[in-house]
Design a protein around this ligand. Sequence first.
Ligand SMILES: CC(C)(COP(=O)(O)OP(=O)(O)OC[C@H]1O[C@@H](n2cnc3c(N)ncnc32)[C@H](O)[C@@H]1OP(=O)(O)O)[C@@H](O)C(=O)NCCC(=O)NCCS
Length: 141
Amino acid sequence: MPLAREHLDQVADIEKACFQNPWPRSLFMEELCMPMSMDHVALVGAQVTAFCCMWLVASQVKVQNIAVHPVFQRRGLGRYLLLRALTLAREHGAVRAGLEVRTGNIAALSLYYSLDFCLEGRRPGYYYPEGEDALLLWRDL
Ligand SMILES: CC(C)(COP(=O)(O)OP(=O)(O)OC[C@H]1O[C@@H](n2cnc3c(N)ncnc32)[C@H](O)[C@@H]1OP(=O)(O)O)[C@@H](O)C(=O)NCCC(=O)NCCS
């Protein structure tokens, strides 16, 4: 379902649990206010178990952020949520989807390659402060 204000605390908690340099809650709030932003959450009851934030610009959708609550990882939720989000983006006119991912993020890379994303570039030293490279993956929708 669409991300809403009432989800923000839980989304920020998942973000903190999943990333070394987490987005602050205020950034998710900004996402909510941006017209190009398409943000989704997965729920079990009232609990947010995963989120996915994307930007739809012209005919391209960019996955800005995706994470699954650590307790709910490896149960197919990441794949389900990303596929659902991409389907909705396609229904809104997107024909290409792209994202950046750390070279060392094996879980995310495996997920993206399993969904037919292809390597199209690399941004050396993209992630601050460690300087890890970003891989640029794209796929047609
Ligand atoms: C990446 C992430 C979103 C995957 O979500 P998930 O719900 O755990 O993944 P799924 O259960 O849907 O798995 C889908 C596929 O991803 C891959 N995968 C997921 N976790 C993996 C792991 N720990 N190691 C290797 N491959 C993994 C597998 O290919 C898996 O398919 P399979 O189960 O048939 O082998 C999740 O690990 C996560 O939130 N990580 C922290 C945040 C993050 O790194 N986000 C991505 C930023 S680019």
